[in-house]
Design a protein around this ligand. Structure first.
Ligand SMILES: Nc1nc2c(ncn2[C@@H]2O[C@H](COP(=O)(O)OP(=O)(O)OP(=O)(O)O)[C@@H](O)[C@H]2O)c(=O)[nH]1
Ligand SMILES: [Mg+2]
Length: 219
């Protein structure tokens, strides 16, 4: 080893010794923060209530208006309820239009990949519970969507190398159009498929009612 190689080696060691008290904690914090990343991703047909949910969670409240979402959108959001602040690193909204199916599949491919395996993923499928109740074709389509997601998510969650499991919930809207019995009947039909389901009256529901369902432990 030449003289300058030796100097280089010593310099590297000196720099490491000087900066390690700073660099090591930074590296540890980065690893810790990455494990804390919260991803919420919505799915569901047009008019199912994806933007309605986002408006409530972001504090804007319920809006009667429907403005179709044209493409995948990603937001960052600090969800406040009670004394809690829940930081969402990536909040994914999608278009419910059939022509956006490829975009939705692309998003799932990304957030269900190994790269996202150490993040907390909450995948929420929204549906219009009134349409489900009143239209047999819609009911069939919604059930088919839920079964397909369950199959995909259960298969990923059962991989031994998977660090964190994907949380999957089904959220119905139009609860204001239901009797308690009717509502429970549909919730139970969907629970029987193997996923947690709750129908909300979004015209009145507040963030503090929605969040425990969205991020709560899977039963
Ligand atoms: N009465 C009632 N209306 C609701 C409820 N939830 C949502 N809506 C209405 O249903 C419509 C849903 O619109 P959005 O939330 O924009 O639907 P979206 O799923 O984002 O639709 P796309 O962007 O087209 O995929 C709005 O007109 C809401 O006011 C509910 O619980 N009760
Ligand atoms: Mg929308």
């Amino acid at each position: 080893m030449g003289f300058w190689d030796k100097v280089g080696e010593i310099a590297t060691i000196v720099v490491f010794v000087i900066f390690s008290p700073i660099l090591v904690p930074i590296a540890l914090i980065a690893v810790w923060l990455e494990g804390k990343e919260n991803i919420i991703a919505l799915d569901g047909k047009s008019m199912s209530g994806k933007d309605t949910l986002i408006n409530i969670l972001s504090g804007k409240g319920f809006t009667k208006k429907h403005k179709a979402t044209p493409d995948n959108q990603m937001l960052k959001m600090e969800i406040k309820y009670g004394n809690t602040e829940f930081a969402v690193t990536e909040f994914h909204n999608v278009s419910g239009a059939d022509k956006a199916n490829n975009q939705k599949a692309e998003l799932r491919k990304k957030i269900f990949s190994d790269e996202y395996s150490n993040k907390n993923i909450y995948f929420i499928y929204l549906f219009d519970a009134k349409l489900y109740r009143d239209n047999p074709k819609e009911k069939k389509d919604i059930q088919a969507d839920i079964k397909a997601f369950l199959k995909q998510i259960n298969s990923i969650n059962s991989k031994p190398a998977r660090e964190k499991k994907i949380n999957f919930k089904v959220l119905g809207t139009r609860g204001d159009e239901f009797t308690k019995k009717d509502k429970e009947n549909i919730e139970n039909q969907i629970r029987e498929l193997g996923v947690e389901c709750e129908i909300f009256d979004m015209t009145k529901t507040k963030t503090e009612h929605l969040m425990p369902f969205i991020i709560g432990e899977q039963k």
